[in-house]
Design a protein around this ligand. Sequence first.
Ligand code: FAD
Length: 396
Amino acid sequence: MTSSDNSAALGIPLDEDFPEIRESVRRICADYPGAYWRQLDEESAYPSAFVQAMTDAGFLAALIPEEYGGAGLPLRAAGVILEEVHASGGSAGAAHAQMYTMGTVLRHGSPEQKYQYLPEIAAGRLRLQAFGVTEPTTGTDTTKLKTRAVRDGDSYVVNGQKIWTSRALYSDLMMLLARTTPVDQVKRKTDGLSVFLVDMRQAVGNGMTIRPIKAMVNHNTTEVFFDNLRIPASSLIGEEGKGFRYILDGMNAERILVSHESIGDAKWFTRTSVKYANERRVFDRPIGQNQGIQFPIAKAYAQMLAAELMLRKAAAMFQAGRPCGEEANLSKLLSAEAAWEAGEACMQTHGGFAYAREYDIERKWREARVQRTAPVSTNLILAYVAEHVLGLPRSY
Ligand SMILES: Cc1cc2nc3c(=O)[nH]c(=O)nc-3n(C[C@H](O)[C@H](O)[C@H](O)COP(=O)(O)OP(=O)(O)OC[C@H]3O[C@@H](n4cnc5c(N)ncnc54)[C@H](O)[C@@H]3O)c2cc1C
């Protein structure tokens, strides 16, 4: 019996899965080493060449069903793609949104919308990379968002503002959440929000203005202003007023996907720490011989493996169509924390050299930190677990 036979019998993963996909992503990433990402970081530029290579290889269409020209792969396979990008030292943040926002079109879009957009996205002719939910004044309290879309004949007229809309300058389409019925006219505050697929090629300059935000990480993130932007009524996805539920439907997939990025970061940090701790000699011995250096690395490694197990469980439950809110949220929490601990160990192991940009450690450290805040903050995950899993009173 092979080890994978054992794995199946025991019901727990023993081996690295999707080895061909991993190998193929690693080959692409080898063409985009640290120097590539460092330069982009310095110039706040978008990794167009890398995104094109990933598109050409079909990886960004991993989750689009075959009938629409995609690869029709399971969620775990898509996650493995993101993990490998991060484990190689790169960042998938430039392109990952397409993987999960596409799901809203797939699940709730009309047949016309699916046939109009999904094959174009799968072929890389259209980019669906912008996801406009967060607003400056309401933050995590999503149902209070103020951007309004008002029906006017065959159009909706949009007014308001989004913040932290990543990749908006490098996307053709934006998935937008806006209020269509004022909050005082709905039974539940989660009603009256709607999702639109906005064609940004027509919107920019005609009511949509995008302004880049200078940020700690090169996430190509922006503020987006809507000033009487007129969009066709056919941009509405699904039923008017049900948008919040549609966004919630996609959240488990989003959390599972981005957790893979943290696992990739943790692997990169640990590999980098171990190599340096073995090579660097101070006091006539490798620094890795000191328990003060090796224990934090070993501890972060253990945390990463535990987070990875939870993640594989979440992905398996998602694939089986089972409710997985708890597992997806816990994966997000544990993997972001594991990456952070591995990053801390890597910083400390490298001493002063951790601060030298050419080592890539401070860049990866900044990037890994994002996962503790976005797309959902650690506190909000803990609040979810406390309320929905443990049955404690709602805290907000
Ligand atoms: C690099 C980056 C990229 C992003 N990309 C996108 C994007 O593409 N699209 C998009 O829509 N958004 C995006 N975001 C926004 C991100 O999802 C939000 O920043 C995040 O959800 C937190 O919202 P906030 O910043 O408004 O914080 P706030 O809601 O103001 O919260 C501030 C702090 O208070 C805590 N807090 C708030 N309420 C509670 C409570 N009830 N209990 C306990 N703690 C609480 C939060 O956890 C947080 O730590 C991005 C953010 C970053 C940094």
